[in-house]
Design a protein around this ligand. Structure first.
Ligand SMILES: [Zn+2]
Length: 551
């Protein structure tokens, strides 16, 4: 049996003399990765050539010669061929499990032609009994020449109710049968916190937002089975591993999603680590079960309680102080009153939970910060790490308050690049204060970016492309003042991602004692031209000392 090493011993076994001392131990590394350019992201040493691993953790770091000297007869030696290695990336806000389930059951509509979308829906309808729902996802209304409408979907599937979800998850596009099943008539007023959009003649055009979309999706999507959740979690974790993502925050989970991750892990199918937020509607159940944030282990852990303050950036429903450009007086949609947010956050906070509230627009962020400040004033708690999910449009005053309250912003990592065709709705001046990574870092705030997948691709190289250049595919620059360096971007998606989940002492850096979660890249991220990031791929991804992806 392997001798168990205390955390103190791991740390003592750092470099040079520490490694030499370790050579006298009867414990030998299982694996030595040597001859690499390993960016540790640690505080003591920036780059090393080699890592010695024991079980799931890093045992020691140093030069190739130092680490190879630790090898025993059973130690495997892996020559990295001089390749760049980083800690595994952390997608600090995404929706992996539901996306995985959707990939198994819905029509993927990541297409830029209305005709192809109609054909895909028509084909799915042909394989679906009449009257049953056809559900599409990954659609983006600004990637087609014009937005999809009710008439398109009526033509594609006249005998089926159809709902096509925008990839951002806050709006959807429905046909006439769907509206009828949802009992929405032409004169039906908007529901609270939702909107039915209309054409010039005042008729429903099929676009529905926030609560109006939520109510229809509830009718349309059958509750997935326990097996669906397991398969969905496993499928996505495999896709994440291929892209170098070894940890993610599941930003809107519930007990079924939590169980999906756990089942996938028990089956040996989980390729990454998932910190799972729990929707507020499930909080009573969780409190009754006696659990709160942090429960679980390094694979599957209970995250924050998830609340919602406003709408979406990619779907233009975020709650802004100034109107959207070109949309009349429209300033977005509130998803909850301040009173409701306070009551929800307070219940969770007092029960020992981290709180993660979705807030994109400056108005929503101001409200959420006010609630967080009030809670900490009324019931001070040590290091609650309250989160603002997305935290997109800020002002210098909001940044100051975020820092003062120790709040963690979770900005969109890839939006400037991936969602560039929406940026004109916000305009040049507002973009100087959106996805404000430079402002956060300069203020000493540990911002941790995420993809919000499916809202944008869970693709770390697209994140770097966006954060480092702030330019889109057409070469247009949006908010150059918010550029950060490659190394800062890597730090935000590794060290800060771990901090946002209270796990900085176990992952995010490649130092003795930390989990061996890492990526070997085919090009050097630190020297490649930033416009070429999208050509960089993982060669191998390791989670907990085991290769989970090899090209
Ligand atoms: Zn989200």
């Amino acid at each position: 049996m392997r001798k168990r090493l205390s955390r103190r011993t791991f740390i003592a076994a750092g470099l040079g003399a520490g490694a030499a001392a370790l050579a006298g131990w009867d414990t030998r590394p299982d694996v030595i990765l040597y001859n690499g350019a390993i960016l540790t992201m640690g505080t003591r040493v920036r780059e090393v050539e080699a890592l010695a691993l024991a079980g799931p953790r890093v045992l020691a770091i140093g030069t190739s010669a130092e680490m190879l000297a630790l090898a025993g007869s059973g130690t495997r030696r892996v020559d990295l061929g001089g390749k760049r290695v980083t800690p595994g990336f952390n997608d600090a806000h995404s929706h992996p499990c539901d996306s995985g389930v959707a990939l198994l059951t819905q029509v993927p509509l990541e297409m830029n032609s209305i005709e192809s979308i109609k054909a895909a829906i028509h084909a799915k309808a042909g394989a679906t009994p009449p009257g049953e729902w056809v559900v599409g996802f990954l659609y983006d209304d600004t990637k087609t020449p014009r937005p999809l409408d009710r008439a398109d979907l009526d033509t594609a599937a006249p005998d089926h109710p159809v709902v096509v979800q925008h990839r951002g998850g806050h709006t959807a596009f429905v046909n006439s049968r769907a509206l009828a099943l949802a009992q929405v008539a032409e004169n039906t007023p908007n529901p609270p916190h939702g909107e039915y959009f209309r054409d010039a003649a005042g008729r429903h055009n099929g676009r529905v937002a926030e609560q109006a979309a939520g109510a229809i999706l509830e009718l349309a999507i059958k509750p997935p089975s326990r097996e669906d959740y397991r398969k969905g979690a496993a499928l996505i974790s495999k896709q994440f591993a291929r892209r170098g993502i070894t940890s993610a925050c599941e930003a809107d989970g519930d007990p079924a999603v939590l169980q999906g991750y756990q089942d996938a892990r028990d089956a040996g199918e989980l390729m990454g680590r998932f910190y799972t937020h729990i929707d507020f509607g499930e909080l009573d159940k969780m409190i009754a079960a006696g659990v709160h944030t942090g429960f679980g282990d390094e694979w599957v852990r209970i995250g924050a309680v998830k609340l919602f303050a406003d709408g979406s950036i990619s779907e233009r429903t975020a709650l802004l102080s100034e109107p959207y450009a070109g949309l009349g007086d429209f300033r977005g949609i509130s998803r909850a009153s301040r009173e409701a947010l306070y009551e929800q956050a307070r219940k969770a906070y007092l029960a020992g939970w981290q709180v993660g509230t979705h807030a994109n627009g400056d108005v929503a962020i101001d409200t959420v910060l006010g609630v967080y400040e009030q809670l900490q004033r009324e019931s001070p708690r040590r290091d609650p790490r309250l989160r603002i999910e997305h935290c997109t449009l800020v002002t210098p005053e909001l940044v100051r308050r975020i820092k003062a309250a120790g709040v963690i912003p979770l900005p969109f990592a890839g939006y400037v690049f991936f969602h560039s065709e929406k940026m004109h709705f916000y305009g040049e001046e507002r973009l100087r204060h959106m996805f404000a990574m430079r402002d956060f870092l300069d203020a000493g705030i540990k911002a941790a970016p995420g993809s919000d997948y499916t809202a944008s691709p869970a693709e770390p190289m697209l994140w770097l492309r966006s954060e480092v250049t702030r330019t889109d595919a057409n070469g247009h620059t949006w908010g150059a003042n918010q550029r950060i360096t490659v190394e800062e971007a890597i730090r935000c998606s590794t060290v800060h991602g771990a901090y946002a989940t209270f796990e900085e002492s176990i992952k995010g850096t490649l130092e003795p004692g930390q989990l061996a979660d890492l990526v070997v890249w085919d090009h050097d991220l630190l020297t490649i031209d930033p416009t070429s990031f999208l050509t960089v791929k993982p060669e191998r991804t390791m989670v907990g000392g085991r290769w989970v992806y090899e090209a």
